[in-house]
Design a protein around this ligand. Structure first.
Ligand code: GLC
Length: 556
């Protein structure tokens, strides 16, 4: 592919020429390590994704978001990037990524990549140079190196805590074996935080954006987008901070950083978009990132983390639509990603909400109930106004794998919690594609080696092949729903009006008489008058919508 073919003003082919595509898109998250393995090493790769593009087209998605695919020591599953201008050899090479981007476009599928501005890998050239150059060097100014407190500098510079548990500082041991300065890492020690007050950091990221926009990517997912800027005085975190003035969360100067990114995205045309990973409890502060000259879009984690409860979900939906409308941005709806417990597992528990702090081994789960609710949740979320993000395996209804042998758990969240938190590997298991036993078509036929994380012995019924032939499967539900999202102009971006069917039912109309109904009550409920049923998540019972089910209706 010649990179100029896909540049800026070149119209994208066919169905993807729409500049507002992202406002109502269905975007599928690929975790490359676990999607499909073409070369037989037990780890997914880009050739595996290329081979499965027909599957993704048939699923009915508009774009793929790839979690980081760059060279990385994998201290945090690739979120420790060593070099943004290349592809990890585990996954392929740059030429293969270029082929994948252009082949996907031929299938009408755009590509979104992940950029991780908060930190790089400790193997990144900048950090290695900083270690060699020593204290007070210009190389160290791109990071947060500080002397320790205490008589011998033996205490970290402040008490900030890592998002993964433990302290957010590690001490450098010099070549002579003598401990010297400390460096900041809000995540794992292999992920040193960058200093966004440094002009090199800003310039480098602008070049990274251009590098990938030049190669035809249509969007950038911005990792940990609200944590990137720091108060250079590195003050302690207090109980309360004025909005915008926390030492490292949601600082006001982030708006200027992302405005400069927006200018670059716009220079490539209105269809190139910036999507923030923004976890903030304050919806108004969240929406500031979505003003017309800042980011285009951000993940709606409030909805994702809400319990399976009509009142809580309605409150989340109303607040979401309200704050997005004020800034003219489309809402997004998310049920899962590579960081959170799989929905069929989450919704099968006594506590159906999600929080990182609450994750524990051995939480009792009713998977049949959780699956029923996850089906209903998918139709609810896909009927709401805005974009829908789905994470690989969600369409197969995969459960969280909770019995991985402890020594195989790779996610740093597990070890840094002292082994209390199971970590996130349970939602990152290699996908089951076909067949009756591991590797279920994930690796090539005849492959006998282990996949990088082991797959359960009882996943034969979850394979894409088995589900494709079963009209009642999760895959069939997702295919039908995503196809209707494409076919019915009422779905995707737009607005909704609530219909009152009682406190335990969420019902709303979109344009053209499209109505979505979700039943949270313990028993069946009557549906409103309808002309036709587009889709239900469970069979009706005597013409009524059963508990924990959704229906899509035409009702004029
Ligand atoms: C984001 C990613 C997560 C990663 C973290 C640090 O939250 O989604 O997987 O561990 O950032 O980069």
């Amino acid at each position: 592919m010649s990179t100029t073919e896909l540049r800026s003003d070149t119209p994208a082919p066919g169905a993807v020429a729409d500049v507002d595509w992202w406002r109502g898109a269905a975007i599928y998250q690929v975790y490359p390590r676990s999607f499909a393995d073409q070369n037989g090493d037990g780890t997914g790769d880009l050739a595996g994704v290329r081979a499965r593009l027909p599957y993704l087209r048939d699923l009915g998605i508009d774009a793929i978001w790839f979690t980081p695919w760059y060279p990385s020591p994998m201290a945090d599953g690739g979120y420790d990037v060593a070099d943004y201008r290349s592809i990890d050899p585990l996954f392929g090479d740059l030429a293969e990524a270029e082929r994948l981007i252009s082949e996907a476009l031929e299938f009408g599928i755009r590509t979104i990549i992940d950029v991780v501005p908060n930190h790089v890998s400790d193997q990144h050239a900048w950090f290695r140079a900083a270690l060699v150059a020593g204290p007070d060097s210009p190389e160290r100014e791109r990071f947060w190196f500080r002397d320790g407190r205490g008589e011998h500098g033996e205490l970290p510079p402040n008490g900030w805590e890592s998002e993964f548990g433990g302290q957010a500082w590690s001490r450098v041991i010099g070549a002579d074996g003598v401990p010297e300065q400390w460096y900041l890492h809000l995540f794992a020690p292999g992920q040193p935080d960058l200093n966004w007050g440094h002009p090199d950091v800003l310039r480098e990221h602008e070049e990274i954006l251009r590098f990938w926009f030049d190669r035809g990517v249509c969007g950038i997912r911005i990792d940990s987008a609200a944590l990137v800027a720091k108060d250079a005085d590195l003050p302690e975190v207090a109980d309360e901070h004025h909005p915008g003035n926390h030492p490292y969360v949601d600082r006001d100067e982030l708006q200027g950083i992302y405005r400069s990114w927006r200018v670059i995205a716009e220079s490539y045309g209105p269809e190139r978009v910036l999507i923030g990973e923004i976890w903030l409890p304050d919806a108004e502060r969240f929406a500031r990132y979505l003003r017309p000259d800042v980011l285009h879009s951000a993940f709606n984690f409030d909805f994702m983390a809400s319990p399976w409860d009509a009142t809580a979900l309605r409150a989340s939906i109303e607040q979401t639509l309200d704050v997005h409308a004020k800034v003219g941005a489309p809402a997004t709806w998310v049920l899962s990603n590579h960081d959170v417990t799989r929905p069929v597992t989450r919704y099968g528990r006594v506590d159906t909400s999600f929080s990182f702090d609450a994750k524990r081994f051995g939480t009792p789960t009713d998977l049949a109930l959780g699956t029923r609710r996850a089906r209903a949740a998918a139709l609810l979320a896909m009927a709401l106004p805005g974009a829908y993000y789905l994470y690989q395996g969600e369409e197969l209804g995969l459960p969280e794998v909770e019995d991985l042998p402890l020594h195989l758990i790779d996610d740093p969240m597990h070890a840094r919690s002292g082994g209390v938190d199971p970590g996130r590997d349970g939602c990152r298991i290699p996908l089951p594609w076909s067949g009756n036993r591991p590797p279920y078509g994930f690796s090539p036929n005849g492959h006998r080696g282990e996949t990088w994380l082991p797959q359960p012995a009882d996943w034969a019924a979850f394979t894409a092949q088995a589900q494709a032939m079963d009209a009642a499967s999760m895959l069939s539900l997702y295919r039908d729903a995503l196809r209707l999202r494409r076919d019915l102009p009422a779905l995707g971006s737009g607005s909704l009006s609530w219909r009152d069917l009682g406190p335990d039912v969420l019902a709303f109309a979109r344009d053209d008489g499209f109505v979505s109904v979700t039943n949270f009550s313990g028993g069946p409920v009557d549906l409103p008058a309808f002309d036709r049923i587009w889709l239900t998540s469970a069979p009706l019972e005597g013409g009524r919508l059963p508990a924990d089910a959704s229906a899509w209706l035409e009702s004029t």
